[in-house]
Design a protein around this ligand. Sequence first.
Ligand code: SF4
Length: 416
Amino acid sequence: MTEEKKGERKAIQAAKEMGRIMAAYFYELNDAAQTRSKKTAWCTSVGPAEILRSLGFLVYFPENHGAMLGATRMATDMIAEANAIGYSPDICSYLTADIGAFRKGVTPLSRAYKGIESVPKPDVLVYNTNQCRDVQDWFAWYSRELQVPLVGIETHRGVGDVSQTHVESIAKQMEAIIAPLETVAGQTFDLEELKRVLTLSRQCSELWKQVLETAAHAPSPLTFYDGTIHMGPAVVLRGTQQAVDYYTLLLAELKDRTANDVAAVEDERHRLYWEGMPIWGRLSAHAKMFAALRTCVVASTYCSSWIFSAFDPDDPFTSMARAYTELFIVRSDESKERYLKQMIDFFHIDGVIYHDAKTCPYNTNCRYGMPQRIEALTGIPSLTLHGDLNDLRLISDEQTKTNVEAFVEQLEEKKA
Ligand code: SF4
């Protein structure tokens, strides 16, 4: 391979359509906030978005905004603003970047979408603590600041097998948020509408799962870095026809690639699994770094977090409760290890990278011996990278590069 070709990655054609639907999503939120034509709910990324859509809310996700602050490398400058009002630099850097940006009156949406000057004002804030407690604190700040009602679901954590008791208690909490949401929405809850939305969410989830599973093919038609971009509609538009149409299009392109052995990373030699949060401000740099080493990061826990296989429109509350509790982040270490073993086998993984994200202990699974246990179980080596999702002061690019190169060399020796 020539030097110029090293690190070449194959662009996904569907990205243009994704850009279009994401733009339409943000402009609709912006228009509604300005004209007050529709109510807007802010929701956590694995919160009860389907209930909100069924009540006619447009749904905005502050974590998506946090990731945009990270990807545009605006986040680091915003964090100090939240630290100044008592939010520690050690807590979630989505939270600190997002609150900091709000206080400074800036948003990456203005850069990406002409005419949008701020995030859309919420009519209600809705959280689920299934991922962490930080989301509740985050939304509580906005509730006080904007004088907007806050409702939420408190999920069990460290769950082994998801039992009927877990499911029933979450389902009851989901039913209990309907009444306060009806008051804000100014409309009555309609079970048939929830079933319709949940059907679309289920389709979106199934298509997204199939998209990610195409990476089991060698060479892989997509990378983790593609996944972090293309998961946008699964996060913010699940429950809509647009998301279903988009993943139908993307899946066709990726199936075409696998049929023709088109590789996302030219001359793929090693296949890695990414465990933990993305490093948003380094997506492009890391995609290039791995590609130059003929290494494809083919799969991740993170991108798979928006697969909700339990959704069943015929049993909406119970199935939503189960789906939003079966998530990796909610589970015990034993369940997580079983899952990781399956992923390593399914995607034919040569090595695992654990991201120790300083400000997100919830999505960091390498602090209590898990890499060593997984290595003993599978014989697959691992590397831990120290960094953060958003705070670039916590990342050493030199150290990352040195460690990744040494790890890939180790994989190469294993194959030789
Ligand atoms: S899971 Fe981690 S990154 Fe996500 S909101 Fe919670 S603390 Fe922040």
